[in-house]
Design a protein around this ligand. Sequence first.
Ligand SMILES: *[C@@H]1O[C@H](CO)[C@@H](O)[C@H](O)[C@H]1NC(C)=O
Ligand SMILES: *[C@@H]1O[C@H](CO)[C@@H](O)[C@H](O)[C@H]1NC(C)=O
Length: 386
Amino acid sequence: MHQGIARVAVCFLAKFGLFYVFFAWVFSLVMTYVLVTYLTSDLTNKADNGNQPSSPSLPEDTDNVLFRNSPHLKLTSNLKHLHLPLGSSWNSTPHDDMKLMSYVHKYSILPSCDQTVFLNIFVTSAPRNFKQRSAIRKTWCSLNMTSVISVGQRIIPDHVTRCIFLIGRSMSYSIQNAVRSEAMQHHDILQGLYLDSYRNLTIKVLQGLIWSHRSCPSAYILKTDDDCFVNIPIVKLLLGQASRERNIYLGHVMGNEARRKVIRDPDSKWHVSASQFSSQYYPPYVSGFGYLLSWDLVEIITSIYRSINIIPIEDAYIGILLNSVGITPIHSDRFNVHSIQWHLCNLLYFVVIHKVTIESQALLSSQCVHSYLKCSIKNSHIFLWD
Ligand SMILES: *[C@@H]1O[C@H](CO)[C@@H](O)[C@H](O)[C@H]1NC(C)=O
Ligand SMILES: *[C@@H]1O[C@H](CO)[C@@H](O)[C@H](O)[C@H]1NC(C)=O
């Protein structure tokens, strides 16, 4: 009799005891989630109201392994990273520089990369520049533009070209949210955890190159800004017929020594301290509004950047890295600093045009398509970069 009761009791415990343990476990998980969500949103609201978050501790390693090498868009949900205090000082010590350098591996949003890409176009952009990015997607980067199959009877090589927008973190919760939805819609945003600012531009570009090297290789990379126009069909024609495929570091070269003088005035936006870079002049380098790198140079940059002090002048820094391994930049007048009303057929010549307003992106794109149809390319010209 007692044995029977005991057996029933054991059976009951085995069945329902397990059930209750499981239930309690699920319940605690749910409660933890609710609590964390509540705390995070609380922090967010406070920061949005202009109050400083109470503990701005820097996550040392937020480089989430799961997100590495992922071919699809991934978002980190940890909004705590968005509320670090703004660094006000432009004077930095080598220690700060090393800490900053660790940000090249910290991503908040990754773009997709599911095709073999011939040319990755990295467009540096600020989180709030929604209109610039939208204009670029609809104009020079859109499929319709790049599906033009010939220019002046020359067939454009059928290579895959992609635009990836490089941006940093915004202090504003609403901007950050909008960037996330934009990324989910277009899959073309690479966002780091560093604060988006002019003095963090080097981190931005290095991050793009490192991501591409690790997860999205391409034969060439073209780096440009969101106030530029890129003539993709002409780039493809030129690259398709280039006499070399290696050692290409090309664009508008800052050759003039006066323009390469290192600025030491601590109040200047371009200030670089002697401890960051000791020479008085930068080596010749290509201006940042547009430069082309062949893949071998991307490999070199990503393998040596750790051994050379980072400086906040992004284009000069790329020049310093490549100069250290004996690569000299190639000048091309096709990278043009002036945006004026060009004669239609001149548009067959330009590769990158700087200082283009949002409104003129569409006009330039349609003019380009007209130039492909109406103007003829001199045979010798298309083989040359300048
Ligand atoms: C660059 O980003 C880091 C990391 O977010 C930040 O601490 C620093 O203040 C930023 N620098 C500037 C000059 O904005
Ligand atoms: C591309 O052009 C075609 C016809 O000119 C048009 O129907 C289509 O909507 C365009 N696609 C995009 C993405 O703009």
